[in-house]
Design a protein around this ligand. Structure first.
Ligand SMILES: Nc1ncnc2c1ncn2[C@@H]1O[C@H](COP(=O)(O)OP(=O)(O)OP(=O)(O)O)[C@@H](O)[C@H]1O
Ligand SMILES: [Mg+2]
Length: 232
């Protein structure tokens, strides 16, 4: 099985001197191709900090991180930007769509950044939007003309469009009502069945249950266990 994530003894702190606070206290984890992992933890446990590190959006103090075998911890900013664009599809709680762009334009962004032609990008984006149930009549709508569930499906289309090796989601159902949240989780399970590797960060036990594997983060440290054990 191909290794997607390999993290060894990762440490990160914020602040200096007496204000220094260590948030990630020696995290180690491996995630293989095709896994669906939930990282579950209470508020303030370091979930978003870890998400930012896994997503190559933030640096860390100590430790090693390989993404699909590439040593992220040795990369400069330009290399990290490339890795973010090529290898990771991001899904956020509040969708992070660009308000002045249409559903289609938002979905095309990762491909345009890579230098794919507009025509090719539009074709591939349309295919993903269709797969996610966003039909022709919606693709030219702007985010504020769409429901939360529709916006999140557009964000998922945008995450998928470049065929990244990793889908990274931070509280993907956090802004949705229960029923719409369930639909998004069902979609995640379906995407995982299709072979996508998913890492999802959440404080919600019920949401974590959708994943095949759950690890807990408590006070900056990871605890691995069987799913039933952790859910107790
Ligand atoms: N940029 C920052 N500067 C200083 N401290 C920070 C910063 N970001 C986070 N922290 C601190 O790090 C700790 C972990 O924060 P983090 O946002 O990772 O938690 P979280 O698990 O995502 O919480 P929540 O569920 O509330 O989003 C907290 O004590 C927080 O105050
Ligand atoms: Mg957070």
């Amino acid at each position: 099985m191909e290794q997607i994530i390999k993290i060894k003894n990762l440490r990160k702190s914020y602040g200096q001197g007496e204000n220094r606070q260590e948030v990630l206290k020696g995290i180690s984890i491996e995630v293989g191709d095709g896994e669906f992992l939930a990282i579950l933890g209470p508020s303030g446990s370091g979930k978003s900090t870890l998400m930012n590190v896994i997503g190559c959006m933030d640096c860390f103090d100590e430790g090693e991180y390989w993404l699909t075998g590439e040593p992220v911890y040795k990369m400069n900013d330009a290399e990290l930007t490339r890795v973010r664009n090529r290898k990771i599809g991001f899904i956020f709680q509040r969708y992070h769509l660009i308000q002045k762009y249409t559903a289609l334009q938002n979905t095309m962004m990762p491909l345009l950044i890579r230098g794919v032609s507009r025509r090719e990008a539009a074709e591939q984006s349309m295919e993903k939007l269709k797969m996610l149930g966003i039909g022709e009549q919606r693709i030219n709508h702007r985010p504020n003309e769409l429901s939360g569930g529709q916006q999140q499906r557009i964000a998922i289309a945008r995450a998928l469009v470049g065929s990244p090796k990793l889908l990274l989601a931070d509280e993907p159902t956090g802004a949705l009502d229960r029923e719409t949240g369930e639909e998004v989780l069902a979609l995640f399970r379906q995407l995982n069945e299709m072979g996508n590797t998913i890492v999802m960060i959440t404080h919600d036990l019920h949401v974590a249950k959708s994943a095949k594997r759950i690890v807990k983060i408590i006070d900056g440290q990871l605890y691995e266990g069987s799913k039933s054990e952790l859910l107790d």
